[in-house]
Design a protein around this ligand. Structure first.
Ligand code: 9D3
Length: 237
């Protein structure tokens, strides 16, 4: 998969893609991630990327021209219908569809080339959405300063789902959410730490008893903090 991130704050991304699974996936040639400064595609001498909103109001709006130029440079066209097969152009914005594991799976399966456009200020000129964007994504109901942190979240969630991105020791199928439940608690040595004991069943239990305990704990935790996940499961099944 090729991933390109369009932002007015390229420095924001620093070394964020240089650790763990994303780093390993890059080294293995599973993914190629590049960050681009939208300002480099501004044609005017002041390299303007934003302007005041038509109709008035606070804040600034990202101008269309540099974003169209960036997309043309990356995809060879700014005609959405002419994008190469497997191209997804995502606008990160508070107005987007809430991102979830299914959304990550869809991108991992369908996107050969993923372009992420990070919004800022009060927003992005709507013609970017109308002409270039194939889907608009929000990462949740809270206010961020821009789409950059959201882009990091999307890259992380998608890259770890790419074939062979995870080591052989683990698999995405074992993740929390893959079974619709939160994960069970985990413990390692020492068996007693500052008076806090590891549940006896994990030390002495048999495999089947341990699995049963883990399922019960996962269910208990999910019921406590994410009742919606259980209702969703029951409603659909
Ligand atoms: C407080 C300003 N809001 C009302 C006028 C609009 C607004 C514009 C731009 C709010 C936040 C942002 C910047 N956020 C994003 O670009 C963003 C985001 C988010 O804020 N929450 C969750 N997901 C995302 S994805 C991109």
């Amino acid at each position: 998969m090729k991933i390109d991130v369009l932002t007015i704050f390229p420095e924001f991304f620093g070394q964020v893609f240089d650790f763990g699974i994303i780093r390993r996936a890059k080294l293995a040639g599973i993914v190629d991630v590049n960050v681009h400064d939208i300002r480099e595609f501004a044609a005017d001498k002041h390299k303007m990327v934003d302007d005041r909103p038509f109709g008035g109001g606070d804040g600034m709006v990202l101008k269309p021209e540099p974003i169209f130029a960036a997309i043309e440079s990356l995809l060879g066209t700014s005609e959405r219908a002419a994008y190469p097969a497997g191209t997804k152009v995502v606008l990160l914005s508070p107005q987007g569809k809430p991102f979830d594991q299914t959304g990550a799976e869809d991108l991992a399966e369908q996107a050969a080339h993923l372009v992420l456009i990070c919004g800022r200020y009060e927003g992005v000129d709507e013609r970017v959405n109308d002409a270039l964007v194939t889907q608009e994504i929000s990462i949740g109901d809270y206010v961020l300063s821009g789409g950059e942190a959201a882009a990091v979240v999307v890259v992380d969630a998608v890259v770890r789902l790419l074939p062979d991105a995870l080591g052989s020791e683990t698999s995405a199928g074992n993740d929390s959410f893959s079974n619709g439940l939160l994960d069970c608690p985990h413990y390692t040595r020492p068996a007693e730490f500052r008076g806090m004991k590891v549940p006896d069943i994990l030390l002495n239990g048999h495999h089947a008893e341990i699995e049963k305990w883990r399922r019960e704990k996962a269910l208990e935790k999910t019921r406590l903090v994410r009742k919606d996940l259980l209702e969703g499961e029951n409603g659909e099944m």
